[in-house]
Ligand binder design. Structure first.
Ligand SMILES: *Cc1c(COP(=O)(O)O)cnc(C)c1O
Length: 358
């Protein structure tokens, strides 16, 4: 065991916990423990602990506060109907975390240590996994902790995992979302950090998200940085189009799009169901014209938090359009139900995506 376990001396009582689990929302309620692991240039990874969740004490010169060397992951633990605890493709999160670290000039966390850390937290806080449609959202992250204002990769890092119980993302079934297509802001440029899951990408997207909210939209759709023409993805979700010939289209990964594990899973499930999936650039003008002509039947966004969300309406500076009847289409529903079913153990896991905790 790489992680010393120091259980919380006064964890939340079962009654208090049950009250919080009634309506957990997203990202405000946290479990009793956290995992921490340190890295220094001389010792490498060391001092792994599972202990009571507590604030960090940071020097004001802590590098992350100045130059934003920070990466994270988002994944979920589920309790299946037969009482087992599962993670969905956690090896993919471990691998992506290492790739994000490379891009941000941070040390790679060995993938087995990432998995061990996540499992250790789920194990000790297993009573926090909601029943029914909820899940335990896990947030592994790493940041530069060295107190130094010089501009270079830091020589000290902290890796941490925290967890929060979450309810069904959309209460009362998934309602289609309205999206804003920003023509003033972009998310990622060629050669930039678009494919890394780093906090900085989110910081840069918040102003566009605020613009979307001002226009009554739930999410932003970003276009490419070079031509402001090609559809890339949402602030934290990938995008798919269902065409009238039954095929699926999604923008290709090319360094500016985050390689979503949900995206990858949807492509695999769709192909297994006999659908054609093309990863091909698709312009905003085409989307608009194809929505009007009926060539685009459905559009959906996907990511760990919401899994799959239909896009019903699209707004942009000077206009708006609907996708079909602005509801959730049949292909979107089928893919969503299948993926959620696999994650929850009610649909056979043919690809071996579920990782069971002992
Ligand atoms: C995390 C994330 C996604 C979705 O990835 P999943 O692995 O499916 O959760 C998509 N886009 C961005 C920008 C992200 O940060």
């Amino acid at each position: 065991m790489t992680f010393a376990v120091i259980p919380h001396s006064s964890p939340m009582s079962p009654d208090q916990r049950a009250a919080l689990l009634e309506n957990p929302g997203f990202g405000r309620i946290f479990t009793d423990h956290m995992v921490t692991l340190k890295w220094t240039a001389d010792l490498g990874w060391h001092d792994g602990k599972v202990a009571a969740r507590a604030p960090f004490q940071l020097d004001p010169a802590c590098a992350v506060l100045h130059y934003s060397q920070e990466i994270f992951e988002g994944m979920k633990a589920y309790r299946t109907q037969d009482g087992q605890i599962t993670l969905f493709r956690p090896e993919e999160n471990a691998r992506r975390f290492a790739e994000s670290a490379d891009r941000m000039a941070m040390p790679r966390l060995p993938e087995n240590l990432f998995l061990e850390a996540v499992e250790a937290l789920v194990q000790i806080d297993r009573d926090w996994i909601p029943d029914g449609e909820g899940s335990l959202y896990l947030r592994p992250f790493m940041f530069a902790s060295e107190a130094f204002l010089g501009v270079r990769p830091a020589a000290e890092y902290i890796f941490c995992v925290i967890a929060c119980p979450v309810g069904a993302y959309f209460k009362g079934g998934a309602k289609p979302v309205t999206v804003w297509v920003s023509d003033s802001y972009t998310r990622a440029a060629s050669g930039g950090t678009g494919a890394a899951k780093c906090g900085g990408n989110y910081a840069a997207s918040l102003i566009a998200q605020a613009e979307a909210s001002r226009h009554g939209c739930d999410q932003v759709v970003f276009l490419d940085a070079a031509e402001h023409r090609w559809i890339e993805e949402l602030g934290g979700m990938n995008i798919f189009f269902v065409m009238d010939d039954g095929s699926l289209l999604t923008p290709p990964l090319g360094g500016t799009i985050l390689p979503g594990i949900t995206r990858n899973s949807i492509i695999a499930l769709a192909r297994q169901a006999g659908l054609t999936v093309v990863e091909q650039p698709y312009s905003f003008e085409s989307w608009r014209a194809d929505a009007a002509s009926g060539r685009v039947r459905e559009t959906f966004a996907c990511g760990t938090a919401a899994v799959v969300a239909a896009i019903g309406e699209v707004r942009f500076e000077g206009g708006s359009f609907q996708i079909a009847d602005a509801g959730t289409g049949p292909v979107t529903s089928r893919l969503r139900d299948e993926l959620v079913g696999i994650q929850r153990g009610t649909v056979p896991d043919q690809a071996g995506w579920l990782h069971r905790l002992r």
